[in-house]
Design a binder for this molecule. Structure first.
Ligand SMILES: NC(=O)c1ccc[n+]([C@@H]2O[C@H](COP(=O)([O-])OP(=O)(O)OC[C@H]3O[C@@H](n4cnc5c(N)ncnc54)[C@H](O)[C@@H]3O)[C@@H](O)[C@H]2O)c1
Length: 390
């Protein structure tokens, strides 16, 4: 088996995925790297071998004979870069969120179908043990038929990560409800078995907007400045991004196309960093405690007052690899998809629906909480992806 020849666009924090995909002699190797910042390219021959091609313009890699490309750049660049490779017939791994607007996602789906080029969107949470276990339990009938899902997302490192670089500027992300929420909105849809069609949102910039200290960190990486232990409580944060116009507290409610109701809350100034899902069905409720390391999932089926031990529980041990062991599985699935095609655990249509929910909720919260309807994707396009892009 010849190694797949892979290109990588964007060698920032998520550049770690390229290391997972670089398996010379074992099926895939990184042969080309692109980053607009020449500094990011300086160590690539040590990392991927002396022959690796480098460029600051991704379009130069359209004719590099690549079997696939990993697009790991900031959110607002996803659409342009992925469209170029899809029309150039190079299979694409695209980081989440797929794009920063619903229309942008629809353009990507249409382009992939028109060119017949394989598109994979990196929703790694579908490979997280906690999410997989909750879905397995729900599918096995542990709580009856799902009726409600509530997700609380405590983004404890919010001020350290997202308010110190490009994420804080809505031109790059639309907002954090979409940019961070795309993960959880996809999980909510996956656990519910449906997609949001009506949403409302509320929220604002309630803490970090009060901090005047600003610094432009262009060319730096989050890992260069991350020191959460120095920055507590949150108003101690210094050197935020020059533009901070995204919300640090947001809440949304959803009505799904299968009658499930859901809510999602995201806060960027909590002391702890994790997500908690509560799923309520016709015969019980399930909830996770911890998400990436050691995790307990509890299931309540009998009536009681407060009952911390629950009626049943499942313990999960920390798996090796980043994001609770999800990232190695994500890359494994992408490489297999490049070779064989077909359906995958992640789904480009679901990725579009996660963005659509986050985008509509952001519109809602910026217009006083008015309900916003979400148009479904073109059914012919959705069917093409549901059938494994054949
Ligand atoms: N799935 C996950 O768990 C997860 C986690 C973190 C980030 N992400 C996503 O990964 C993407 C990258 O995030 P990050 O934290 O690595 O960002 P980062 O800022 O650390 O790195 C981005 C890199 O892309 C480069 N870049 C910017 N524009 C470019 C362009 N047009 N062409 C080539 N290179 C370009 C930058 O110079 C930088 O080196 C984002 O879309 C983010 O939402 C996903």
């Amino acid at each position: 088996m010849n190694d797949l020849r892979l290109g990588v666009i964007g060698l920032g924090v998520r550049g770690d995925l390229a290391d997972l995909a670089h398996r010379p002699g074992a099926g895939s190797r990184v042969v080309a790297c692109c980053d607009v910042d020449p500094k990011a390219l300086s160590g690539v021959s040590d990392r991927f071998g002396p022959g690796v091609e480098t460029t600051t313009d991704h379009r130069e890699l359209l004719s590099a004979g690549l079997d696939g490309v990993l697009v790991l750049t900031p959110d607002h660049t996803h659409e342009r870069i992925a469209l170029d490779f899809l029309s150039g017939r190079v299979p694409v791994f695209l980081e989440k969120p797929m794009a920063i607007t619903t229309a942008g996602c629809d353009r990507l789906l249409a382009a992939a179908q028109a060119a017949g080029t394989r598109l994979y969107v990196g929703h790694n949470m579908r490979h997280m043990p906690v999410v997989k276990a909750m879905r397995r339990l729900i599918d096995a009938g542990a709580i009856g038929q799902v009726k409600a899902i509530w997700c609380r997302h405590f983004v404890g490192h919010g001020g350290d990560f997202y308010f110190k670089d490009w994420h804080a500027d809505r031109r790059n992300t639309t907002g954090l409800l979409l940019q961070k929420g795309a993960h959880d909105l996809d999980v909510i849809h996956w656990l519910a078995g449906g997609y949001s069609r009506l949403v409302t949102g509320m929220g604002g910039l309630v803490v970090y907007g009060d901090i005047q200290s600003r610094r432009d960190r262009t060319g730096e990486r989050m890992t260069d400045w991350l020191a959460p232990e120095l920055n507590w409580p949150p108003l101690q944060q210094r050197d935020l991004n020059p533009v901070v116009d995204v919300e640090d507290l947001s809440m949304m409610q959803m009505r799904l196309d299968n009658g499930v109701f859901a809510s999602y809350q995201q806060c960027h100034f909590t002391p702890d960093y994790w997500r908690n899902y509560t799923v309520i069905g016709t015969e019980g409720r399930i909830e996770n405690f911890g998400d990436a390391g050691d995790v307990t999932i509890k299931i309540w089926n009998r009536r009681s007052d407060y009952h911390a031990d629950a009626d049943d529980s499942v313990q999960l041990q920390a798996a090796p690899g980043s994001h609770g062991g999800a990232d190695p599985r994500l890359i494994e699935e992408f490489l297999d998809f490049v070779r064989r095609g077909g359906t995958t655990v992640t789904s480009p249509v679901a990725a579009r629906e996660a963005v659509a929910a986050g985008y509509a909720a952001t519109q809602s919260l910026r217009s006083g909480g008015l309900p916003v309807e979400i148009p479904p994707p073109d059914p012919a396009v959705a069917a093409y992806f549901d059938n494994g892009q054949r």
